[in-house]
Design a protein around this ligand. Structure first.
Ligand SMILES: Nc1ncnc2c1ncn2[C@@H]1O[C@H](COP(=O)(O)OP(=O)(O)O)[C@@H](O)[C@H]1O
Ligand SMILES: [Mg+2]
Length: 217
């Protein structure tokens, strides 16, 4: 589903990623762990096409990312990659339902169809009763579920998560992790998750350890 080869990235003169290779199969849940500053978020941004590598190749479900122009790339990202961040990044002025619909609207799906699909996902994730609530009216665990719903709405090839449970108490963290595994079991959803959560790293299919911009074994 995802293949990155020999990824290099520097910020100014400072090398951050020094040749990272990573492959993720469909339906796999891979966690990335490592000390703060190791380059995990930088790598995740590049895998998510939010940032460009200086050197290296990235294929997502067979598409060569570097062959896409800026417009095609943003459409590809919106349709095929879901993101979940440590802080939910939901838009405060919009309800849960509206937030979940936004990637579908950007794709060109009509309002009615988008809302039906968004409600299905909110229901699946156990937060349908929050559909008309704004982010500040929801708990941290609910906000993260709504972010996962937003990540799912366009049926992405892969979901990339950067410390998704980093801001949750242990009970909500465990429930969120369980949700990822449920989505994998039901829909063969693929995940790459940067995490400091040892329990999540332990139960993942595979854990990638990073140190100083490289993958260590
Ligand atoms: N936009 C940026 N400009 C300059 N340096 C950056 C930028 N983003 C990250 N860095 C640096 O790159 C290194 C790796 O950061 P990051 O990928 O966020 O690590 P991690 O997620 O593993 O904690 C850090 O030293 C950080 O300061
Ligand atoms: Mg980080």
């Amino acid at each position: 589903m995802l293949q990155a080869k020999s990824i290099f990235k520097s910020y100014g003169p400072l090398p951050i990623l020094k040749g990272v290779d990573i492959e993720v199969a469909k339906g796999e849940i891979v966690s990335i762990v490592g000390a703060s500053g190791a380059g995990k978020s930088t790598l995740l941004h590049i895998l998510g096409t939010l940032d460009l590598a200086d050197k290296g190749e990235l294929y997502i479900n067979g598409t060569n990312i570097s062959a896409l122009n800026a417009k095609k790339l943003s459409a590809f990202r919106n349709e095929h990659i879901g993101f979940v961040f440590q802080f939910h990044h939901l838009l405060p002025e919009f309800t849960a339902l509206e937030n979940v619909c936004i990637p579908a609207f950007i794709k060109g799906v009509g309002r009615k169809d988008a809302e039906v699909r968004a409600m299905e996902i909110l229901d699946l994730l156990g937060v349908a009763h929050r559909a008309s609530h704004k982010p500040t009216q929801m708990s941290g665990g609910e906000q993260q579920r709504v972010s996962v719903a937003r990540a799912l709405i366009n049926n992405p090839f892969i979901i990339l998560a950067d410390e998704p449970s980093g801001n949750l108490d242990s009970e909500n963290a465990t429930a969120l992790h369980q949700l990822f595994f449920d989505l994998r079991d039901k829909f063969e959803q693929t995940f790459v998750i940067v995490t400091h959560n040892e329990e999540l790293a332990r139960i993942s299919d595979r854990t990638i350890h990073m140190r100083d911009g490289i993958v260590i074994v």
